[in-house]
Write a protein that binds this ligand. Structure first.
Ligand code: GLA
Length: 724
């Protein structure tokens, strides 16, 4: 023992995950093991594990065993990406923290030895008197088996301490040889990409001032060939909506870590004496297969008090139905049609506020445009609520058009640097919420509208990257402050209107992260609602979030983003496994389509409890021409399974498909379900019988399966699986 804290080892275990920590020699904790559950451990077991993990001191590096901490420290010989990067006018740049106190679930731990516990929150308090810094490092194993960490740096000395970076990292074993993370772009978010992990850093920086359509989202490393059902996977997610980074790093000395944190712009965090900087939560998800990893995120999200548990209302969003054509009679008619079909929430999108006739003007002026809405929003809100639907309204609170009353009154509220305005993005600029007066102004305007009308829901948009986002007149970088101010604004509106739900939208799916979902109720996955594209985007967005948080709409017959034409059944069946809705001009639907739509809405209402509480299942891919996925009830008594034909296989029919994750001993009936008009191009296999299907054990369904039907491409077959 060299610090105030006696040598301590910790074994945290929850939901099949073990985390073993070495907290000896007064140093910050380092992880000896994070991965598969180890069962109960004795003190000797854990000490042996810690000893067995020590690297030999190899040639030409430091003469000490290097032990990487959750906050990696350079002074300890760690030559990879450091944890805290900062300085005091060029000094104190390599801090050496000495542990002073450990707290376990709020109580001080002082005995040393072994802490053997389940899910728990540990806080490590440390100081570096030389550097004049304090540190509180939190490490929490959640009931879901998710591991998360965050740190708070405290300037305890005279003068300013500049924080450039705080990275938190988890070690991963060398058998994790492959990296999987996500790329993407507007209207094609969360595209998986895989490669081998090699020496160096695979680093994904998000410098867009928002999460980004190309965010890594979950950056995983795994054993070669890991799949949905197999292979060990360790992933990282930074729960933050501003600039951020995710990385996987392999050192030539063999150690490898995955980590991340907020990406700070120059000078964004300059701590005066007594000031603190806290990082976002960095989440670590281990799983035996990608589904098991995703389940940890889902279980954690579902366990939160704020998680939406009220049935997710069928939503109609008017955007792709009317765009900026805010014609009141047309919208009233759309509301009537929606209510008649069984829609439960009606959302008025962009175009309702002052001067907003297209996307060149108006942002910032959050008052109703009387030219278009002569009697205000009242008549529409009342029509919507009188017919039993909730009313939702679009805002883009962080933005401003130069052509707006607000920009004319307060040009200095536009984020900028260098004495010039930034390049426009979607014709707009960013409103600096880091300026208290600007923040108060938006809060007051939004509060006035929300107080005046019965508004249950906000679609909160954010449609441009933050470029040159500084604060006038100095131009100091302001993305960090902007992100925190956005969170504060959301939190304050939720405080003022406790029943209000918020959707996180950002040019579609550019703000999907665990920071924003702490204060919102769903995310808009993508502006692209072409079902063929959505099949992929929903599948992979579910790596982080469960279906009930993912806005998922039925679009027009001819898709507005891709020009592809799809049957209603494919659009609807694809939208079903999510927070289901419609974004289509119902006046254009034929009678048959309207009747089918009503049938799909009805089916969603009947099954949403299962879809929104069940465990997501994605069967391993056999052939890119089709995919099998669905939701299995937690008690494994039933499931809803989707077989999506995405293309045409070279082999047809393709043999059997299997359904994993049911109870092996239970017997189930699997039967196809027809919703609305039956699809053309189907060739039913014999096991359908008269439509009642067959009874098989969970084990047989997983290991033998049932024959695929013949089908046209771009169709989904829905199967109901019920225990008999
Ligand atoms: C963004 C959103 C869309 C829509 C428009 C409105 O692109 O992603 O869903 O709300 O803005 O301008």
């Amino acid at each position: 023992m060299t610090g105030a804290v006696p040598d301590t080892y910790v074994h945290l275990a929850a939901a099949g995950v073990s985390v073993v920590l070495d907290v000896t020699e007064g140093r910050l904790p380092s992880i000896v093991h994070w991965g598969a559950g180890l069962g109960e451990q004795t003190f000797d077991d854990v000490v042996s594990l810690a000893v067995a993990a020590v690297e030999p001191s190899a040639g030409n590096v430091v003469d000490a065993a290097v032990r990487v901490g959750v906050l990696p420290e350079h002074h300890a010989g760690w030559e990879g990406k450091p944890g805290l990067v900062g300085h005091r006018e060029g000094t104190s740049w390599s801090p050496r923290f000495v542990l002073e106190r450990i707290e376990l679930d709020g109580s001080a731990v002082s005995d040393g030895g072994l802490i053997e516990t389940g899910a728990a929150l540990l806080v490590f308090h440390a100081h570096d008197p030389e550097a004049g810094l304090g540190l509180a490092l939190e490490l929490e194993l959640l009931d879901s088996g998710l591991l998360r960490t965050r740190a708070e740096v405290h300037n305890e000395a005279d003068g300013t301490y500049t924080v450039d970076d705080v990275n938190l990292a988890f070690p991963v074993p060398v058998r994790a040889r492959q990296v999987l993370d996500f790329a993407g772009r507007w209207s094609r978010e969360r595209v998986p990409q895989r490669h081998d992990l090699v020496v160096g850093i695979h680093e994904r920086e998000g410098r867009k001032g928002r999460t980004g359509p190309d965010a890594a989202t979950v950056l995983s490393v795994g054993t070669p060939g890991f799949e949905f059902s197999s292979g060990e996977v360790w992933g990282i997610h930074v729960g933050f909506s501003g600039n951020h980074r995710h990385y996987a790093e392999q050192l030539s000395a063999g150690a490898q870590v995955i980590g991340g944190g907020e990406l700070l712009l120059p000078g964004e965090v300059r701590l005066a004496e007594g000031a603190r900087y806290r990082t976002p939560w960095v989440y670590g998800a281990y799983g035996d297969g990608l589904d098991a990893q995703a389940h940890r995120f889902h279980r954690f999200l579902r366990s939160r008090e704020s998680h939406p548990t009220r049935p997710r209302p069928v939503t109609l969003n008017v955007w792709e139905a009317v765009y900026f054509d805010h014609d009141v009679p047309r919208l009233l008619d759309l509301a009537d049609r929606a209510a008649a079909l069984g829609v439960e929430r009606f959302v008025l999108d962009d175009g309702w506020f002052l001067g907003r006739r297209d996307d060149t003007s108006g942002l910032g002026d959050w008052t109703v445009d009387r030219d278009v809405w002569p009697d205000g929003l009242g008549p529409l809100v009342e029509r919507v609520t009188a017919s039993g639907m909730e009313f939702g309204l679009w805002f883009e609170p962080e933005m401003i058009n130069e052509d707006s009353e607000l920009a004319r009154a307060h040009p200095e509220w536009i984020m900028q640097t260098g004495g010039r305005l930034p390049l426009r993005g979607r014709n707009q600029q960013v409103l600096n919420l880091g300026i208290p007066e600007a923040y108060d102004h938006v809060l007051a305007d939004m509060t006035a509208i929300l107080a005046e009308h019965d508004i249950a829901y906000i679609k909160w948009d954010h449609n441009r990257d933050l470029i040159d986002a500084g604060t006038a007149p100095t131009g100091a970088a302001g993305v960090h402050a902007q992100t925190l101010a956005t969170y504060a604004l959301m939190d304050e509106l939720k405080r003022r209107f406790p029943a209000l739900e918020i959707e996180s939208c950002s040019s579609g799916g550019a703000r999907v992260d665990l920071g924003v979902i702490e204060r919102t109720d769903r995310v808009w996955v993508s502006d692209c609602i072409d079902p063929l594209e959505r099949q992929q985007m929903m599948r992979w967005t579910m790596q982080l979030m469960p279906a009930e948080l993912l806005g998922s709409h039925i679009g027009a017959t001819v898709n507005h983003t891709t020009g592809r034409t799809h049957e209603l059944s494919f659009r609807a069946a694809t939208a079903l496994f999510g927070h289901f809705g419609i974004e289509w001009d119902l006046a254009r639907a034929t009678d048959r389509e309207s009747a089918d739509l009503a049938a799909w809405i009805d089916f969603y209402k009947t099954h949403r409890a299962l879809l929104h509480t069940g465990d997501m299942m994605r069967a391993d891919t056999i052939d890119p021409a089709f995919q099998v996925y669905g939701a299995i009830a937690e008690d494994q008594s039933e499931a809803l399974v989707f077989l999506a034909f995405l293309g045409r296989s070279t082999i047809s029919p393709r043999g059997r498909f299997t359904v994993p994750n049911l109870h092996p001993e239970k017997r189930y009936r699997i039967a196809p379900v027809t919703i609305g008009t039956p699809d053309e191009g189907r060739a039913d296999p014999q096991w359908y019988g008269d439509g009642t299907g067959v009874v098989l054990s969970g084990r047989a369904l997983e290991s033998v399966g049932v024959h695929l039907p013949g089908s046209f491409p771009e169709r989904v077959v829905v199967y109901r699986i019920t225990e008999v």
